[in-house]
Design a protein around this ligand. Structure first.
Ligand code: GLN
Length: 232
Protein backbone atom coordinates (compact mmCIF):
# COMPACT_ATOMS: atom_id res chain seq x y z
CA UNK A 1 0.00 0.00 0.00
CA UNK A 2 0.93 3.66 0.08
CA UNK A 3 2.05 4.10 -3.51
CA UNK A 4 2.05 7.88 -3.36
CA UNK A 5 -0.55 10.39 -4.42
CA UNK A 6 -3.45 11.59 -2.36
CA UNK A 7 -5.63 8.60 -3.00
CA UNK A 8 -6.64 6.80 0.12
CA UNK A 9 -5.89 3.07 0.35
CA UNK A 10 -8.70 1.05 1.89
CA UNK A 11 -8.13 -2.45 3.19
CA UNK A 12 -10.74 -4.84 1.83
CA UNK A 13 -11.58 -8.14 3.50
CA UNK A 14 -12.38 -10.93 1.05
CA UNK A 15 -13.23 -14.59 1.48
CA UNK A 16 -10.28 -16.76 0.46
CA UNK A 17 -12.27 -19.22 -1.65
CA UNK A 18 -15.69 -18.28 -2.89
CA UNK A 19 -16.04 -18.56 -6.66
CA UNK A 20 -17.63 -17.05 -8.72
CA UNK A 21 -17.41 -14.08 -6.31
CA UNK A 22 -13.83 -14.35 -5.17
CA UNK A 23 -11.02 -16.81 -5.79
CA UNK A 24 -7.35 -16.93 -6.62
CA UNK A 25 -6.14 -18.08 -10.02
CA UNK A 26 -2.59 -17.81 -11.37
CA UNK A 27 -1.61 -15.72 -8.36
CA UNK A 28 -4.38 -13.20 -8.96
CA UNK A 29 -7.67 -12.58 -7.21
CA UNK A 30 -10.64 -12.84 -9.54
CA UNK A 31 -14.40 -12.96 -9.41
CA UNK A 32 -17.50 -10.80 -9.44
CA UNK A 33 -16.73 -9.20 -6.05
CA UNK A 34 -13.11 -8.48 -6.98
CA UNK A 35 -13.99 -6.87 -10.31
CA UNK A 36 -16.83 -4.96 -8.69
CA UNK A 37 -14.78 -3.46 -5.86
CA UNK A 38 -11.95 -2.60 -8.28
CA UNK A 39 -14.42 -0.89 -10.61
CA UNK A 40 -16.04 1.02 -7.72
CA UNK A 41 -12.62 2.13 -6.47
CA UNK A 42 -11.62 3.30 -9.93
CA UNK A 43 -14.93 5.08 -10.43
CA UNK A 44 -14.69 6.85 -7.08
CA UNK A 45 -10.94 7.50 -7.08
CA UNK A 46 -9.74 5.44 -4.15
CA UNK A 47 -7.18 2.67 -3.85
CA UNK A 48 -7.76 -0.75 -2.35
CA UNK A 49 -5.65 -3.50 -0.93
CA UNK A 50 -7.20 -6.96 -0.80
CA UNK A 51 -6.92 -8.93 2.39
CA UNK A 52 -8.03 -12.57 1.94
CA UNK A 53 -9.15 -14.53 5.01
CA UNK A 54 -11.63 -17.12 6.20
CA UNK A 55 -15.13 -15.67 6.01
CA UNK A 56 -15.66 -16.07 9.76
CA UNK A 57 -12.70 -13.78 10.44
CA UNK A 58 -13.88 -10.85 8.35
CA UNK A 59 -16.28 -9.06 10.71
CA UNK A 60 -13.96 -9.58 13.71
CA UNK A 61 -11.08 -8.11 11.63
CA UNK A 62 -13.24 -5.10 10.78
CA UNK A 63 -14.06 -4.64 14.45
CA UNK A 64 -10.36 -4.87 15.31
CA UNK A 65 -9.64 -2.04 12.86
CA UNK A 66 -7.71 -4.26 10.43
CA UNK A 67 -10.11 -3.76 7.52
CA UNK A 68 -11.96 -0.74 6.16
CA UNK A 69 -14.55 -2.67 4.23
CA UNK A 70 -15.50 -6.17 3.18
CA UNK A 71 -16.89 -7.67 0.00
CA UNK A 72 -17.28 -11.38 0.47
CA UNK A 73 -20.59 -12.61 -0.88
CA UNK A 74 -21.80 -11.27 2.45
CA UNK A 75 -25.55 -11.39 2.98
CA UNK A 76 -27.27 -8.37 4.44
CA UNK A 77 -28.78 -9.50 7.76
CA UNK A 78 -30.31 -7.69 10.72
CA UNK A 79 -27.85 -9.39 13.06
CA UNK A 80 -24.85 -8.06 11.10
CA UNK A 81 -26.42 -4.61 10.84
CA UNK A 82 -25.76 -4.28 14.55
CA UNK A 83 -22.01 -4.17 13.84
CA UNK A 84 -21.64 -3.14 10.19
CA UNK A 85 -23.28 -0.76 7.74
CA UNK A 86 -24.13 -2.28 4.38
CA UNK A 87 -24.07 -0.73 0.94
CA UNK A 88 -27.07 -0.96 -1.32
CA UNK A 89 -27.61 -4.61 -2.29
CA UNK A 90 -25.62 -5.81 -5.31
CA UNK A 91 -26.60 -9.47 -5.81
CA UNK A 92 -29.59 -11.74 -5.09
CA UNK A 93 -28.70 -14.94 -3.25
CA UNK A 94 -29.95 -17.29 -0.55
CA UNK A 95 -29.37 -20.76 0.79
CA UNK A 96 -29.64 -24.21 -0.77
CA UNK A 97 -29.52 -27.64 0.80
CA UNK A 98 -26.86 -29.85 -0.78
CA UNK A 99 -26.31 -33.63 -0.51
CA UNK A 100 -24.22 -36.27 -2.24
CA UNK A 101 -25.27 -36.92 -5.83
CA UNK A 102 -26.39 -40.47 -5.00
CA UNK A 103 -28.53 -39.44 -2.04
CA UNK A 104 -32.23 -39.70 -2.95
CA UNK A 105 -33.53 -39.73 0.65
CA UNK A 106 -33.17 -36.06 1.51
CA UNK A 107 -35.10 -33.07 0.21
CA UNK A 108 -35.64 -31.04 3.41
CA UNK A 109 -33.80 -30.35 6.66
CA UNK A 110 -36.38 -32.53 8.45
CA UNK A 111 -35.07 -35.52 6.48
CA UNK A 112 -31.71 -35.03 8.22
CA UNK A 113 -32.77 -36.05 11.74
CA UNK A 114 -29.94 -38.06 13.28
CA UNK A 115 -27.48 -36.95 10.57
CA UNK A 116 -24.63 -34.45 10.40
CA UNK A 117 -24.78 -31.19 8.44
CA UNK A 118 -21.62 -29.35 7.37
CA UNK A 119 -21.62 -25.55 7.44
CA UNK A 120 -19.10 -22.74 7.10
CA UNK A 121 -18.16 -20.83 10.22
CA UNK A 122 -19.80 -17.42 10.56
CA UNK A 123 -22.18 -17.75 7.61
CA UNK A 124 -25.91 -17.41 7.23
CA UNK A 125 -25.92 -21.14 6.38
CA UNK A 126 -24.35 -21.93 9.74
CA UNK A 127 -26.92 -19.81 11.57
CA UNK A 128 -29.76 -21.37 9.60
CA UNK A 129 -28.62 -24.90 10.51
CA UNK A 130 -27.90 -24.08 14.15
CA UNK A 131 -31.34 -22.57 14.64
CA UNK A 132 -33.00 -25.86 13.71
CA UNK A 133 -30.46 -28.43 14.89
CA UNK A 134 -32.02 -29.12 18.24
CA UNK A 135 -35.62 -29.27 17.12
CA UNK A 136 -34.97 -31.55 14.15
CA UNK A 137 -32.17 -33.44 15.86
CA UNK A 138 -29.14 -33.18 13.60
CA UNK A 139 -25.50 -32.37 14.37
CA UNK A 140 -23.80 -29.31 12.91
CA UNK A 141 -20.11 -29.44 12.04
CA UNK A 142 -18.27 -26.22 11.11
CA UNK A 143 -15.59 -25.62 8.49
CA UNK A 144 -13.49 -22.54 7.79
CA UNK A 145 -13.92 -22.54 4.02
CA UNK A 146 -16.35 -23.80 1.42
CA UNK A 147 -14.06 -26.39 -0.28
CA UNK A 148 -13.50 -28.17 3.07
CA UNK A 149 -17.25 -28.18 3.68
CA UNK A 150 -17.95 -29.58 0.19
CA UNK A 151 -15.35 -32.30 0.74
CA UNK A 152 -16.99 -33.42 3.97
CA UNK A 153 -20.21 -34.29 2.15
CA UNK A 154 -18.50 -35.63 -0.97
CA UNK A 155 -16.56 -38.12 1.17
CA UNK A 156 -19.64 -39.13 3.16
CA UNK A 157 -18.61 -37.76 6.58
CA UNK A 158 -21.61 -35.44 6.63
CA UNK A 159 -25.00 -36.09 5.02
CA UNK A 160 -25.61 -32.54 3.82
CA UNK A 161 -24.32 -28.99 3.69
CA UNK A 162 -25.85 -25.56 3.32
CA UNK A 163 -24.37 -23.08 0.86
CA UNK A 164 -25.45 -19.99 -1.08
CA UNK A 165 -27.17 -21.18 -4.25
CA UNK A 166 -25.17 -19.05 -6.73
CA UNK A 167 -21.97 -20.47 -5.24
CA UNK A 168 -22.95 -24.13 -5.11
CA UNK A 169 -24.54 -23.99 -8.58
CA UNK A 170 -21.30 -22.54 -9.96
CA UNK A 171 -19.16 -25.09 -8.12
CA UNK A 172 -21.24 -28.03 -9.36
CA UNK A 173 -21.16 -26.71 -12.93
CA UNK A 174 -17.35 -26.21 -12.81
CA UNK A 175 -16.21 -29.38 -11.09
CA UNK A 176 -17.28 -32.94 -10.63
CA UNK A 177 -17.92 -32.48 -6.92
CA UNK A 178 -20.26 -35.45 -6.44
CA UNK A 179 -22.87 -33.10 -4.96
CA UNK A 180 -26.41 -32.01 -5.87
CA UNK A 181 -28.80 -29.37 -4.57
CA UNK A 182 -32.16 -30.69 -3.35
CA UNK A 183 -35.55 -29.27 -2.47
CA UNK A 184 -36.61 -25.65 -2.53
CA UNK A 185 -34.23 -22.83 -1.72
CA UNK A 186 -34.20 -22.38 2.05
CA UNK A 187 -34.41 -18.57 1.95
CA UNK A 188 -33.58 -15.54 -0.11
CA UNK A 189 -31.20 -12.70 0.69
CA UNK A 190 -28.99 -10.08 -0.91
CA UNK A 191 -25.29 -9.38 -0.82
CA UNK A 192 -23.96 -6.06 0.37
CA UNK A 193 -20.56 -4.45 0.86
CA UNK A 194 -19.87 -3.87 4.56
CA UNK A 195 -18.09 -1.10 6.46
CA UNK A 196 -17.75 -0.84 10.22
CA UNK A 197 -20.93 0.57 11.70
CA UNK A 198 -20.98 4.30 12.25
CA UNK A 199 -17.31 4.76 11.26
CA UNK A 200 -17.25 5.09 7.53
CA UNK A 201 -20.16 7.10 6.22
CA UNK A 202 -18.00 8.81 3.54
CA UNK A 203 -16.66 5.53 2.26
CA UNK A 204 -20.13 4.00 2.19
CA UNK A 205 -21.40 6.96 0.21
CA UNK A 206 -18.64 6.49 -2.36
CA UNK A 207 -19.35 2.76 -2.58
CA UNK A 208 -23.05 3.37 -3.20
CA UNK A 209 -22.33 6.10 -5.73
CA UNK A 210 -19.87 3.87 -7.59
CA UNK A 211 -22.23 0.92 -7.53
CA UNK A 212 -25.07 3.03 -8.92
CA UNK A 213 -22.86 4.34 -11.73
CA UNK A 214 -21.67 0.87 -12.68
CA UNK A 215 -25.26 -0.37 -12.80
CA UNK A 216 -26.25 2.63 -14.90
CA UNK A 217 -23.38 2.26 -17.35
CA UNK A 218 -23.82 -1.48 -17.90
CA UNK A 219 -20.40 -2.26 -16.40
CA UNK A 220 -22.03 -4.12 -13.52
CA UNK A 221 -23.84 -6.41 -15.97
CA UNK A 222 -20.61 -6.97 -17.89
CA UNK A 223 -18.80 -8.01 -14.71
CA UNK A 224 -21.53 -10.50 -13.78
CA UNK A 225 -21.64 -11.85 -17.37
CA UNK A 226 -17.86 -12.40 -17.31
CA UNK A 227 -18.36 -15.07 -14.65
CA UNK A 228 -21.94 -16.26 -15.08
CA UNK A 229 -22.72 -15.58 -18.75
CA UNK A 230 -25.67 -13.54 -19.89
CA UNK A 231 -28.41 -14.33 -17.38
CA UNK A 232 -31.34 -12.13 -18.29
N1 GLN B 1 -23.71 -15.24 2.04
C1 GLN B 1 -23.30 -16.03 3.16
C2 GLN B 1 -23.15 -15.16 4.38
O1 GLN B 1 -23.17 -13.97 4.25
C3 GLN B 1 -21.99 -16.78 2.89
C4 GLN B 1 -20.82 -15.87 2.60
C5 GLN B 1 -19.53 -16.60 2.37
O2 GLN B 1 -19.41 -17.79 2.67
N2 GLN B 1 -18.54 -15.93 1.85
O3 GLN B 1 -23.01 -15.63 5.47
Amino acid sequence: SGDGGDEQVYKVGIDTTYPPFEYEEDGEYKGIDIDLINAIAENQGFEIELSPMDFGGIIPAMQAGQLDLAIAGMSITDERKEVVDFSDPYFEAGLSLVVGEDNSDVTTLEDLAGETIAVKNGTTGATYAQEQAEEIGFEVVQFNDSPAMFQEVANGNAAALIEDYPVIAYAIAQDDLGLQTVGDRLNGDQYGIAVLKGENADLLEKINAGLAELKESGEYDEIVATYLGEEE
